[in-house]
Structure formats: C-alpha cells, structure tokens
Design a protein. Structure first.
Length: 172
C-alpha cells in the first residue's frame, strides 16, 4: 500500500500545497487524478470553496452560501458526491497518482472520497491525501500504520511519488 498524507499549518495552506504539487507532478509527466481545492476569498463570508477535478477540470463549487451569520458547515454534499463520481470515472483510466485534497468529515463518516481512495489502494496506485488535525485520527484509523506523513513541501511530495511510483520516472 502506497498512501501518504500531509498537513500544513495555516488556513488554506494544505490546499495551496496540493495544488502546487499537482502542477509540478503534471509538468513532470505524471498522470494525476483526484481533486485540488481552490479557495476564493470573499467580503461577505469566509471563502468560496471550489475543487478542480484533476488533471484538467472541471472546477466545481463545493461550498454553499448559508448567509453572513451562518456558523454551520458550508460544504454542499451533493456537489462533493458529483466530484467523487467524476474522479472515480477518471480513476478507471491511465493514472499514476490519486490526490485527494482533504480527508474531511464525510470521509471520516465513511462517505466522500473514501471509496475512491480504497479503490486506488486496491489497484496499487500511490495515494496522496490532505488531512487536518480534526480528522487525523479518523484518517489514521482508515489508512492504518502504512500511511506515511510527508512534510508540507512540494519537493517532499514529488520525491515520495518518485519512490512510490511503479513507472520508474526520475525526479529532476
């Protein structure tokens, strides 16, 4: 099993890291599959959350506007499941790595990208997941002790994939 996760400290930093890593991997010829999150800051609420389906779209808005005073989760579960379906369909093709922007509450509860991650592991594909502290325990319970924690650095991610990849690509 080839599964790794990373966690960056600042708000939105894991999203930026995985986006940059996906771009670097694609530039090096890796066939990426999965999602990266793109946040757009707003004046009226924390941010709009979009995910790009790798490698080349579409981009889906996964957040919903609940109003200025809303405190609850803004994730739109129906759009998340649409993203899961698109990624699952692409996973059936020629793929070198699955990248999942976040192992979140839905995955912790057995939904979301959990089945796609399991399928990639079953196919012996390297899997890279963004995790936050809130869901780390659930991720560790799901992935087991084989999951490798990577430093939040593009170079570490690219190096890990070069080591984990069956394709034997050299990392420059």
């Amino acid at each position: 099993m080839k599964i790794a996760y990373t966690m960056a400290q600042g708000r939105g930093d894991t999203d930026l890291l995985l986006f940059a890593a996906a771009q670097k991997l694609a530039a090096r010829g890796y066939r990426t599959c999965g999602t990266v999150q793109i946040n757009t800051e707003c004046d009226t609420h924390p941010c709009d959350m979009d995910v790009q389906i790798l490698p080349d779209g579409p981009v889906l808005r996964i957040s919903q506007s609940l109003g200025r005073e809303a405190k609850g989760c803004r994730l739109d579960p129906s759009v998340l499941e649409k993203a899961v379906g698109l990624v699952a369909a692409r996973l059936a093709g020629q793929v070198d790595v699955l990248i999942v922007n976040k192992f979140g509450k839905h995955e912790a509860d057995g939904r979301g990208f959990r089945s796609v991650i399991a399928e990639a592991i079953e196919r012996d594909l390297p899997v890279l997941v963004g995790v936050n502290a809130l869901n780390l325990g659930a991720f560790e319970a799901f992935a087991g002790p084989q999951a490798e924690r990577l430093e939040p650095s593009v170079e570490d991610i690219v190096g890990w994939l070069a080591d984990a990849s069956k394709s034997g690509r050299e990392v420059a």
